[in-house]
Design a protein around this ligand. Structure first.
Ligand code: SF4
Length: 107
């Protein structure tokens, strides 16, 4: 490795390390994330939909009547946001009005 290349490598490494220190543990923000597609294989496996009102309540394993992503224990991000991170779909944002078969009540 030439001296210049080594110097650039060290500088880039320092910048990357500084970036980690500036945002330690930074939670993903929904605006940073692509929206989960209903035809995503994982979404289909979990019966995810953008609109919870389209789900027949009788098909739900949990008897709670009013279920959507906004009132699910696994939702993350900020109340009121239309799209939010979810623990079940890392790296994607789900619709606050959505639903999937993993829905769980907040305690
Ligand atoms: Fe929505 Fe909860 Fe399913 Fe995530 S786990 S998609 S927040 S219902």
């Amino acid at each position: 490795m030439s001296k210049i290349a080594r110097r650039q490598f060290i500088q880039l490494s320092a910048v990357a390390a500084a970036g980690c220190l500036v945002h330690p543990g930074r939670e993903a923000q929904a605006q940073d994330l692509p929206q989960l597609a209903e035809d995503d294989p994982m979404a289909q496996a979990m019966k995810y939909t953008h609109d919870a009102s389209t789900v027949d309540p009788s098909t739900r394993a949990n008897p709670a009547a009013d279920q959507n992503c906004a009132n699910c224990a696994l939702i993350q991000g900020n109340d009121g946001d239309e799209w939010r991170p979810c623990q079940i779909f890392p790296g994607k944002a789900v619709a606050a009005a959505g639903w999937c078969s993993v829905w769980a009540p907040k305690s």
